[in-house]
Design a protein around this ligand. Structure first.
Ligand SMILES: *Cc1c(COP(=O)(O)O)cnc(C)c1O
Length: 386
């Protein structure tokens, strides 16, 4: 299906709503049955009908169709956050006694799901250096049921060989799940490599405007039906119809935003690599990235996230650099219109927290939609402080 068709027309049944170009926000919790026969018919297959918005809502349904098509999946579910989507996808595929093999440094709350939540229900895990598929194979046990991938991750960007991981999962009867937030379906479609389930923090690129927290799960219809009927209906974490309409609106420009962020990041990465105050740049599409070949093989772009380590004698110099930047906002998250920095130095010496594993001269950049030359002026000016 053509990307333009998906983003502009798919799922939009305009005759149902006065031929309006933009879909209405069906802000209703419940839907009326015509009569007893209708009630019986609809309750016998909740997934296929509009009964209650925790399950199905017409506005959310438009978004489901678009997201599934973007990931070459049969169906998709939408949740109130990426963390909820990840939890539902994992919980939906384990039982007490099972074991999960997971990439070494997944998103923080994915880590927490395994280490402090699922262990309470008798589900164990092993974190592996998944840049080497052999390490994954070595960690698989008879009771392993899920292989959890995140490629690339969102700070240091380690990559897994998706086709090899999918083959390995099939061989051992594991359900393979990937967090595809970094690349977005514009630059990477894991289901086409044989991965079973794709999850996203749609808060990032898919919505793209830093105004909604939302998550998605994509996969085969049978698997999606199962998660719908159990995890989603029991645990909730539903997205509101209004938020779904905002994400549909965000999707209209997804390819344009991805291309812009990618091109601007490429330009800034090149300038940073040449700068004498820069020790190292981390970006999957930079030729010195350790897994550059693999990145080029399975992704068609790398988007707006990269990280740098700066040359500095002490943490104060890095702090000054960060505070001098005027055209970047300092914030968590990424994937919106606005360029951001997340400096690791700010995570040192925080009351009640352990110091991070990453060095204090490490800074993650997200490049949004601003003019890259205008952003570079700001970086160059701040680098003079070092
Ligand atoms: C932000 C993020 C999440 C969590 O998504 P929320 O929408 O914030 O719940 C999961 N994975 C990655 C890679 C993320 O960046």
């Amino acid at each position: 299906m053509h990307l333009s068709h998906i983003l502009t027309h798919l799922g939009e049944d305009r005759e149902q709503y006065f031929n309006a170009v933009s879909p209405p926000v069906i802000q209703s919790s419940n839907f009326v049955f015509d009569n007893i026969a209708d009630l019986r018919k609809k309750l016998s297959d909740e997934g296929a009908h509009h009964i209650y918005t925790r399950g199905n809502n017409p506005t959310v349904q438009i978004l489901r169709k678009k997201i599934a098509a973007l990931e070459s999946a049969e169906d998709a579910l939408i949740f109130g956050s990426g963390a909820a989507a990840i939890a539902m996808a994992v919980i939906g595929n384990v039982k007490a006694g099972d074991h999960i093999v997971c990439v070494q440094s997944p998103y923080g709350w994915t880590h927490k799901l395994l280490t402090s939540f699922l262990v309470r229900f008798g589900v164990s895990h092993t974190f592996v250096d998944a840049t080497d598929t052999k390490e994954i194979a070595a960690a698989v046990r008879p009771e392993t049921s899920v292989l959890f991938l995140e490629s690339p991750n969102s700070k240091t960007f380690e990559i897994q060989d998706l086709s090899a991981c999918a083959a390995l999962a099939k061989q051992h009867g594991l359900v393979s799940i990937i967090d595809n937030s970094y690349a977005s379906p514009i630059f990477q479609r894991p289901i086409e490599h044989g991965i079973d389930i794709v999850v996203h923090s749609a808060t990032k690129y898919l919505n793209g405007h830093s105004d909604v927290v939302v998550g998605v799960i994509c996969g085969r219809k049978k698997m999606i039906d199962k998660i719908f009927a159990s995890e989603m209906m029991t645990l909730g974490a539903t997205i509101s119809p209004h938020d779904a309409a905002l994400v549909i609106r965000g999707l209209r420009t997804l390819p344009l935003r991805m291309q812009r962020s990618h091109e601007s990041a490429m330009q800034l990465v090149q300038s940073l690599r040449k700068h004498p105050k820069v020790e190292q740049v981390y970006y999957p599409f930079s030729p010195d990235f350790p897994q550059y070949e693999l990145a080029r093989k399975q992704m068609t772009g790398a988007g707006g996230l990269f990280s740098v380590r700066l040359k500095a004698d002490n943490i104060q110099q890095i702090e000054t650099f960060c505070d001098k930047l005027q055209r970047f906002l300092m914030a968590v998250s990424w994937g919106g219109h606005e360029s951001l920095i997340l400096p690791v130095c700010g995570l040192y010496h925080v009351a009640g927290r352990e110091d991070p594993d990453l060095p204090w001269n490490f800074i993650r950049f997200y490049i949004g939609l601003e003019d890259p030359d205008w952003l570079w002026e700001d970086i160059e000016r701040a680098l003079e402080e070092l």
